[in-house]
Design a protein around this ligand. Sequence first.
Ligand SMILES: C[S@@+](CC[C@H](N)C(=O)[O-])C[C@H]1O[C@@H](n2cnc3c(N)ncnc32)[C@H](O)[C@@H]1O
Length: 247
Amino acid sequence: MRTLTKLRNRTRHKTRSHVPGRPNDAQNVARVVTTQAETQANYDRIARFYEPLEGIWERRVRSAAVAALHVGPGESVLEIGSGPGYTLAEFGRMAGPNGVAVGIDLSSKMCRLAHRRLTSDSRTVGVVVQGDGGQLPFDDSRFDAAFMSFTLELFDTPQIAVVAAETYRILRPGGRITVVSLRKEDPAPLMQRGYEWGHSTFPKLLDCRPIRVGQALAEAGFVIEDDQRLSMWGLPVALVVGSKPPS
Ligand SMILES: C[S@@+](CC[C@H](N)C(=O)[O-])C[C@H]1O[C@@H](n2cnc3c(N)ncnc32)[C@H](O)[C@@H]1O
């Protein structure tokens, strides 16, 4: 793995202050009360268990999302909330020696796992940065593609718009985004109602909740190319593909 010190050392933070469209609160999704420090500590704590367990829950839908991004040789890809780095390593292989896979994650332990995964594969070019998806330390239009898997629903409702706007900013015109997350539907199917009850009753334990991904991306300015409904143990999952309009 080539180390991309230029990316790692960059500290410029720039966040859009205005998101086009309706305010994000109009999404009518539950708020998240877990603080960023608590989220970081939680994922640091569960990182080594998360790695073997994630396959049971999420691998099938995540693989579909990876395929939907269509990363090609030479492309640069950013994954927000890269966790233990499974998909990051995959993107590294898809982008090949002339491309790059960059991960950003709040948890230092997750970053360490992802870094190890990237460095153990000689076919990948990539780097993992510890940081917040709401304040991306990357230049405007830096990436060809962006990816989030079971991460956007961890952000509080107003922050979802900030993350979507930040992702829009760092993508080049014509760049693509794929997000897979718990999906909020109306009327709520049984499993969604159960999950939302769990979140409202134990908000710090069940720290995420179903969200309206397509709406959030559209409000940030993305063109929605595909909005699929998948299911995970009966729980609705959204697989949304968007693109930043060519300038
Ligand atoms: C549920 S895990 C998903 C990990 C990986 N995307 C996957 O599908 O296996 C959520 C990840 O998002 C990270 N995360 C949570 N809040 C974040 C934030 N504000 N900025 C960046 N990463 C964050 C967590 O540390 C964790 O690694």
